[in-house]
Unconditional design. Structure first.
Length: 79
């Protein structure tokens, strides 16, 4: 039985999205081997956004990272 058949409905629905589903299925199969491709893709998308829209795109990326950093700092201080 494949992983896709055992997955929940929401996960199966997410796997059927054309581009994101392909990446999600690939990461679900081999996370450690493919995470570097996902990181390179994310950095490339940020670079393309900065080249297209300039500093506002970089500011929005930094603003999106604020909650992640808060969670990381809280997790570090609790341990």
């Amino acid at each position: 039985m494949t992983d896709l058949a055992r997955a929940t409905f929401a996960r199966r629905w997410y796997f059927h999205i054309p581009v994101l589903g392909w990446i999600a299925r690939d990461l679900a199969r081999d996370f450690h081997g493919n995470i570097w491709y996902a990181i390179v893709m994310l950095v490339s998308l940020v670079a393309i956004a900065v080249m297209t829209w300039g500093l506002p795109a970089l500011g929005l990326v930094a603003l999106a990272c604020v909650p992640v950093m808060f969670v990381l700092l809280i997790a570090l201080t609790r341990g």
